[in-house]
Ligand binder design. Sequence first.
Ligand SMILES: C[S@@+](CC[C@H](N)C(=O)[O-])C[C@H]1O[C@@H](n2cnc3c(N)ncnc32)[C@H](O)[C@@H]1O
Length: 232
Amino acid sequence: MKLLEERLKNIEGGRILDVATAYGDFIRLLTDSFENYVEAIGVDMAEDRLKEAQERPGNEILYNPMNAEKLAFEDNYFDTVAMRHSLHHLTNIDKVLSEMKRVLKQGGLFILGEMFQDPKTEKPNSYRHWHHWRAKVDRLFGEPHNETLTKNEIINRVEKLELEEFEIIEHLDDEPDSDSLKFMLANISDSVVKLKDLGNQNDLISRGEKLQNIFKALGFASESVLYILGRK
Ligand SMILES: C[S@@+](CC[C@H](N)C(=O)[O-])C[C@H]1O[C@@H](n2cnc3c(N)ncnc32)[C@H](O)[C@@H]1O
């Protein structure tokens, strides 16, 4: 379902900032979807991810290593400020959201996308089971990564920004294809190797292996995604 792309297609993106951009997948979606844009910048704390992002198509996009709790941009600089699937990775959600609002122009477009825990998508092979397992592994290795939030938790955070023209788009994520299943299985195997090297992680290892068997048997099921749009 391409609801967000449809929604953006007649809008001018202007100067776009994507916060916690990782490999740049969301900023490429934005630059491809807007009617046009002037400048596109993705920021993330993980320099290795940005390096990979820079090597992907869309090389007019600039990637800058930066902590989103202190964005190195002046007030009211961007026409569009966005972040996707990263709220639950942040140590200080309110600080990052307020920085995003600070660098957004008056009347500029704010976009937040986040996968959420929807009772409708609870199945034995739901994507969230891998996600929550992986979040535990990441935390064990020192990377902040929490469980995904509920829809109301996400909306409550963004409501604090007091945006105008608040709009919510909710949909089920695209059905995962065989490549994403392969990626997921390999990703679990890699994490299991790291856990074995670390030692004393039998519970996490056996949960990871169980998940692999479930996903091999059933594939994995999509999660609901929420997009919140608003203007400053
Ligand atoms: C799931 S990934 C982002 C995915 C990406 N936005 C997308 O839609 O494809 C989460 C990212 O948040 C980044 N991150 C977490 N805390 C951050 C912070 N304070 N400042 C900048 N990046 C941060 C991590 O480095 C990681 O790359």
